[in-house]
Write a protein that binds this ligand. Structure first.
Ligand SMILES: [Zn+2]
Ligand SMILES: [Zn+2]
Length: 162
């Protein structure tokens, strides 16, 4: 097949992101992210909730004072790449955490307390500033050196969702 260097039809097909009008739609556009080494990537649409968790499990899991998380329905999330997973029962719920099998970055979590949802962490977004936290939860367990964001509603235990 004969190919020409400049095909005006292909040039208009929308692959050039800088000229794509969809790029300005903000929250409707998929959130993309991945692990430290790049082997695992994800894309999610229509985040259902986003906030900071100050619970002791999140502190131990992350080594930090709070975790910035985004949750979406499982069918809204696409994850690719090699992962190692660990399931743990905490209270009445079993939580499954998925890590990149090559670099160990925490990629996604399936919380037993919210079946059908998958959580990712805002620091793994390709564009972390697209994180739009709405609340802080489990602030009763918070560390003095990582206080809740004063601009957001805070809940001493789990935030009411939905
Ligand atoms: Zn990795
Ligand atoms: Zn937590």
């Amino acid at each position: 097949m004969r190919t020409s260097g400049t095909n005006p039809v292909c040039a208009e097909s929308g692959h050039d992101r800088s000229g794509d009008s969809n790029h300005t739609r903000g929250e409707l556009e998929a959130l993309m992210g991945g692990c430290l080494c790049g082997a695992v990537g994800y894309a999610l649409n229509s985040p259902a909730f986003a906030g900071f968790c100050h619970c002791t499990d999140c502190q131990r899991f992350s080594g930090s004072g709070r975790l910035p998380f985004i949750g979406a329905a499982r069918q809204r999330m696409k994850i690719t790449g090699p992962m190692t997973s660990f399931a743990m029962t905490s209270g009445r719920a079993t939580i499954t955490r998925h890590f990149c099998a090559r670099c160990g970055s925490p990629v996604a979590t399936e919380p037993g307390s919210a079946p059908g949802f998958v959580i990712v962490y805002a620091g793994t977004l390709h564009e972390p500033d697209r994180f739009r936290p709405k609340f802080s939860q489990f602030t009763r367990s918070g560390c003095k050196w990582s206080p809740p964001d004063p601009r957001l509603p805070s809940y001493p235990a789990a935030a009411p969702q939905g």
